[in-house]
Write a protein that binds this ligand. Sequence first.
Ligand code: ARG
Length: 477
Amino acid sequence: MQVYRKTNDMRQKKLWGGRFTKQTAASVESFTESISFDWRLYKYDIEGSITHAVMLAKCKLITEKEKDTIVKGLKGILSDILAEKFEFKKSLEDIHMNIESVLIDRIGEVGKKLHTARSRNDQIALDLRLWTRDQTQQTIKLLVMLQREFVKKAKNYLSFIMPGFTHLQHAQPVLVSHYLLAYIEMFERDKTRLQDCFIRLNKSPLGACALAGTTLQTDSMLTAKLLGFKGICENSMDAVSDRDFCVEYSFCLSTIAMHLSRFCEEWIIWCNDEFKFIEISDDYCTGSSIMPQKKNPDVLELIRGKCGRVFGHLVSLLTLLKGLPLTYNRDMQEDKIALFDATDTVQASLSILTELVTNTHFNKERMMLACEKGFIDATALAEYLVKKGLPFRKAHEIVGNIVRECIRVHCTLMDLKLEGFKAFSSIIEKDVYKVLGVENCIKNYKSYGSTAPGFVKKRIAYWEKKLSDNSVPKYAN
Ligand code: ARG
């Protein structure tokens, strides 16, 4: 990947230097530059400039020949950047100035026509929308890949039962597959949230110029269409000052990070010696520099930890914008730092987690053993009494009393003899043993969306189809 390289470039006259009597102070140049991070927008900046030049020619503001020269110059710059032969200079402030200055150096006077009817204000708004548009798609793709791993696991582990938890205490037994499918639902919401965000951000701000538009006859509809936008920003002042899409996109990223963090927290607990529900492959764990026996889930911990950075960026963006009067203010330059790092962090977390999930195995025996503790069939017993005609509250109380007795005599519900049950309720019969025990519990679930094996199997089939190569929609359209 092309990275910004620090150079000792000579300070040079600014493209905006006409009204100034003094050269910018070196300290100001270094404080105000953004090329050290906005170089990443080069592809979008060039794409936007080429489209702008095409529009200028269509509107007869430049000739076809001038347009061709500009486009050729811009394409040359793009290939130089890709070949790492282009030198980004701090003295040229940002990505827009770096590209435009070199263009003028290379093609001469005609290069000075490119900025006709355009300002860096609509230019950066455009570049950032184009970049974010691509990143929403990239993030969706990574979510799909993670979901596919979860479905594969859900299919493999259909016969595995684990204790479901509330308050991190044993609650009711569930299929491991059902547990995994819960995360697929979360990731699906994450995808639709990004799609929603995409719809609002997919509008072109190009043509707003500095803030008020232009007295020249231009065609913003044309540039919007050529860049694949579904419409344009209707108000030029809003177009250059709107960063709602950055906030929304960061919120989408924060929600993904929060989901990943919850998952990681769970697996960190599950891989310790007390639980041992899962075993992460050695190549996805790390060791301790002092304790030779240690095998630590650092990847999971780091994903959980990085979540804080992502939330921080969302708060940074909101705080950045809250005091800004219309329209463009230089403060907005900071938006990219937040947006880029939040994106990099979430995308890296999604990729590594997908690998880690593939390389983790569940321990059927440990999960089953855990199910034997905590009376997780007590709710099934209460529902058995309801089926025999008792009001639920009454049934709840009776089962509570039975559990208390089992705790006293150190046995499970299953261990209790029929006479033992009868001492609490005469309506309990031999058939009670058909509802007790984890396997019976699982078999007997009936409600929609429950962990009933039939329902879980159907849902796995649904996700397999939905996430298959042919069925994943091309979100960009
Ligand atoms: N580097 C600037 C930013 O990221 C680009 C726009 C500069 N516009 C201006 N009027 N100084 O926001």
